[in-house]
Design a protein around this ligand. Structure first.
Ligand code: CTP
Length: 405
């Protein structure tokens, strides 16, 4: 087994600068990269920058290959495990779809027999244009994996789909493509961008017993926390998932520790330390019953309900925030039904965490499959569009990876 060899073709768009970050991530993740720049790309990044980052020769012209007598350009495309086009501009994808080979990049793309991943980035109108959409469909039909661009404000001042996904998301897609292709996966190993990191995730509700048959609980399903644990493990992290009662299966590659009450969760969190990152997604019950009855509490016949006296549970997140074993990156969640961001900003301070991921749970979020979140950091607030919980998890995992590298 060897580490993955990526042939990175950089197209000529403003997002080309992010190719530098991608090269850094691939190298950090144990892969090697050889870069090819189109004529346009050289207006945005220099061959020198990419040569320094990749520690490999950078190719720009069909005519600069020394061994052209031995079909050097074919050699170059064959020695890679995977070809990545990033950014894939509208022009480059049009040429790929049409089979045009009029420069180094397009010649390599036509000559390769390896899987190709295209990461589009362009102005929103260019992306939505029927010609581009037709080309994307053609590329997909030809077996090229085309990532969806991100949505958001663009360098040109417009808003919409067309932004290059963040480099950790691209590196994640590269690894998924490698592992899903049996020919490639049998040749390479990918340690993942979070390899060597230990990440602690709490998830689910806690159950606070009243007596042997009754308990205090909440509506948390555990889905978001489990999805986050899974996404972090996929990026190579060693993940400990401390979970309240959920009924969900443990995600692949995650070490799950089952607990029931807040106090058990606090003890399991403490036992799992040290960790590089803690993501506290659990909806921990704020209170427990002072003395939980040994026997089932019976109605006494008078119609008077039993008096339950509640005491506050330990705040696990705040405890970690103040502890000398505090992880380098501490992330809390805030389930709010009103003034979502205001409460989250206050909660970040109060709990001593680096980020608070706030979600509005006034709708059907708890137990549902989508989530709208705002990430409150010391630098401000990032609001994400409503997304499936799995996508929230993948983006958050990529954001965490970005923070650590
Ligand atoms: N949390 C925790 N231990 C607790 C309560 C909460 O670790 N006993 C964590 C949750 O996992 C979450 C964050 O704290 O990451 C926010 O929880 P939340 O219940 O929204 O905050 P509260 O402290 O209950 O604040 P408030 O009552 O003002 O909503």
């Amino acid at each position: 087994m060897t580490s993955p060899r990526i042939l990175l073709i950089v197209g000529g768009g403003i997002a080309a600068y992010k190719a530098c970050e991608l090269v850094r991530l691939i190298r950090k993740g144990g892969g090697s990269v050889r870069c090819v720049l189109t004529e346009g790309a050289q207006h945005f990044v220099t061959p020198m920058t990419l040569a320094a980052l990749s520690e490999n020769e950078v190719h720009t012209s069909l005519w600069d290959l020394k061994n052209e007598t031995e079909m050097g350009h074919i050699q170059l495309s064959r020695e890679a495990n995977l070809v990545v086009v990033c950014p894939a501009t509208a022009d480059l994808m049009a040429k790929m779809a049409a089979g045009i080979a009029d420069d180094m990049a397009t010649t390599l793309l036509l000559a390769t027999d390896k899987p190709v991943l295209a990461v589009p980035a362009m102005n929103v109108r260019m992306w939505l244009h029927p010609a581009t959409q037709r080309n994307v469909a053609t590329l997909k039909a030809d077996g090229v994996t085309v990532l969806d661009p991100d949505e958001g404000p663009m360098a040109c001042g417009e808003y919409g789909p067309g932004r290059l996904p963040e480099p950790p998301v691209i590196w994640d897609a590269i690894q998924r493509l490698i592992s899903s292709d049996p020919f490639v996966s049998s040749e390479v190993e990918t340690p993942g961008v979070l390899a060597g990191r230990h990440i602690l995730v709490t998830a689910g509700p806690t159950h606070e017993p009243i007596d042997p048959v009754r308990y205090i609980a909440n509506r948390s399903s555990g889905k978001q926390g489990y999805a986050i644990a899974e996404a972090l493990a996929k990026l190579g992290a060693r993940v400990t998932l401390v979970s309240g009662p959920t009924g969900l299966p443990a995600p692949a590659g995650v070490n799950r520790v089952d607990v029931e009450t807040a106090r058990q969760m606090a003890a399991a969190v403490d036992a799992a330390l040290p960790a590089d990152v803690a993501v506290m997604v659990a909806a921990v019950a704020d209170w427990r019953v002072d003395t939980n009855a040994d026997q089932k509490i019976k109605k006494d016949g008078t119609g008077a309900p039993p008096a339950l006296s509640l005491v506050e549970n330990p705040d696990i997140l705040a405890g970690l925030g103040a502890s000398d074993k505090r992880p380098r990156l501490l992330i809390g969640f805030a389930a709010e039904t009103e003034k979502v961001v205001d409460h989250a900003v206050a909660k970040r301070e109060r709990k001593g965490s680096d980020w608070i991921v706030a979600n509005d749970v006034s709708g059907d979020v708890m137990g549902g499959d989508t989530n709208t979140i705002h990430i409150v950091t010391r630098d401000g607030v990032e609001s994400w569009e409503r997304l499936p919980k799995a996508d929230v998890a993948r983006r958050l995992a990529a954001r965490i990876a970005d923070e650590l590298v």
